[in-house]
Write a protein that binds this ligand. Structure first.
Ligand code: NAD
Length: 489
């Protein structure tokens, strides 16, 4: 911990001294709306001032992205690939700095963020390879025409990201946009600006031309809103709450923006009594208590078969009570502080809501100290699927356990939610797993596994969890336009 803190202080010195400026057309620019402060959830201290963009700054960023677009679009694919691989290598070289800053900015723990920074590099490397490997057209047979379909980058795009694992999520959107030949204006979440700044800096040092990636800091209702409305911006890749997804869809309507929305979830993990008990237990714990539970794909609803409920919950309580809450930079820490005071208030409000609804607080349900925004990992039992703790996205280390008797009952409860991002099924009956996954309303399902990402596979949700997919060629579908050219034969 001491070593990590010492290194962190070294890295924060430059932010403390000069704050975080917007990056537009390869230049540092102050915010026309002044500044706002970024604070750490670990001890509530101010990290630095952050430039606050207004509409005019967003306009400049969009114009810079538009000006940089033709040259980036027309750059030979191999050259673009080389630059993106340089970015991946540069991220790897500064992965420790990124992880330390991310932990301090968001409260995420070192044990997970040190890997997430490298995942950011992997995102760049994967999509760099796709620059030359992606499907670039198709040949449709016709007696009189030869159809050739090509793809061309859609233009400058806006990327709007949330505060949870912000570095990894930003690279997941920005890397494919750049690989496709789009230029980007990125508006990171106002609560976690540090690593977005590191990313644009690293990318430019690695050879990304000025204006190809621009970063504007600021609030959703002004800077974010303007980005979704700007006519030069052709598409918006958005990750955040379902409610915000709906608002930005309206904002983008006048300029007919293409939207990709990755939104909230209340994901079920369904544990049948014929599962591998120990593996299921590990996975249930991992999928809600890792990353502080601030993860869109977390399984926040445990549907447990009544035949094994008592034993499973008893083992769960024992394990949850042993989870180490503490300083995020301590490598032994499993759960760090909740990202902001506002979010901490939201998460802790469910401790009372659970009791009012008649559930039992079987573990946690308490805060830890008052230096930062720490809570004990929490488990609610004696719950049913109608309670608010089973319906609303809490987005913290809080799990609601609900029993079921039959497969039909489990399926009905799993689908009885406005969301549909992920689902996790634990059973050794593979016919049942297939039958269940076929009916489960979710964009991504893991059977006998926790969430393990495979970059070429499609990522995204159904219902209020989102519209659109990315990953593999799906990312290029979003960032590119299809064009069909028919030759008479
Ligand atoms: P949020 O919706 O409050 O904010 C996300 C981003 O949108 C921020 O950058 C914010 O400034 C911006 N924004 C807000 N209002 C805007 C507006 N009117 N116009 C343009 N931009 C606007 O979300 P959050 O609280 O930062 O993040 C947590 C949420 O993100 C959770 O609901 C979580 O499930 C979701 N999430 C989803 C995925 C996924 O892949 N489905 C991944 C991570 C997080």
């Amino acid at each position: 911990l001491d070593q990590n803190l010492q290194k962190l202080n070294g890295h924060l010195a430059r932010f403390r001294e000069s704050g975080i400026l917007n990056r537009i057309a390869g230049e540092d620019r102050p915010g026309s709306a002044g500044t706002f402060q970024s604070t750490s959830p670990v001890d509530k201290s101010v990290i630095c001032d952050v430039a606050r963009a207004d509409e005019s700054d967003v306009d400049q960023a969009a114009e810079a992205a538009a000006a940089a677009f033709p040259a980036w679009r027309d750059m030979p694919a191999l050259e673009r690939k080389k630059i993106l691989i340089n970015v991946a290598e540069a991220i790897e070289a500064r992965a420790e700095e990124i992880a330390l800053c991310e932990c301090w900015d968001t409260g995420q723990t070192w044990r997970f963020m040190s890997k997430a920074a490298l995942r950011g590099a992997e995102n760049f490397r994967y999509f760099a390879d796709q620059v030359t490997a992606a499907r670039d057209g198709q040949h449709l047979k016709s007696p009189t025409l030869m159809n050739v379909t090509t793809r061309t980058p859609i233009g400058p795009v806006g990327v709007i990201t949330p505060w949870n694992t912000p570095f990894m999520l930003s690279t997941w959107k920005i890397a494919p946009a750049l690989a496709a030949g789009c230029t980007v204006v990125h508006k990171p979440a106002e609560d976690s600006p540090l690593t977005a700044r590191l990313l644009v800096e690293i990318a430019e040092e690695a050879g990304l031309p000025p204006g190809v990636l621009n970063t504007v800091n600021g609030y959703g209702h002004d800077a974010g809103k303007r980005l979704t409305e700007h006519p030069a911006i052709k598409a918006i890749a958005f990750v955040g709450e379902s409610r915000t997804g709906s608002i930005i869809t309206k904002q983008g309507a006048d300029t007919l923006k293409r939207m990709h929305l990755e939104l909230g979830g209340k994901n079920p993990v369904i544990v049948f009594d014929d599962c591998d008990f120990e593996r299921a237990l590990d996975a249930v714990i991992f999928m809600i208590y890792s990353i502080n539970g601030e993860r869109c794909t977390s399984s926040s609803r445990l549907l447990i078969q009544d035949t094994i409920k008592a034993e499973f919950e008893a083992r769960l309580i024992e394990r949850v009570n042993n989870i180490k809450v503490g300083h995020p930079l301590d490598p032994a820490t499993e759960i760090g502080p909740i990202v902001t005071q506002e979010h901490y208030n939201k998460v802790t409000s469910y401790f009372d809501i659970a009791k009012e609804d008649g559930a039992t607080v079987a573990a946690g349900g308490v805060t830890v100290g008052d230096e930062g925004y720490f809570v004990r990992p929490t488990l609610f039992t004696n719950a049913n699927n109608k309670m608010r703790i089973a319906r609303e996205e809490i987005f913290g280390p809080v799990l609601t356990s609900i029993p079921f008797t039959t497969e039909e009952e489990a399926l009905a409860m799993a689908n009885d939610t406005q969301y549909g991002l992920t689902g996790y099924i634990w059973t050794n009956d593979l016919t049942r797993a297939l039958r269940f996954s076929d009916k489960l309303e979710a964009g991504m399902i893991w059977v006998n596994s926790e969430n393990v990402r495979h970059l070429p596979a499609p990522f995204g949700g159904v219902k209020a969890s989102g519209i659109g997919r990315d990953g593999g060629d799906w990312s290029f579908e979003f960032y590119m336009e299809q064009k069909n050219i028919a030759f008479a034969t």
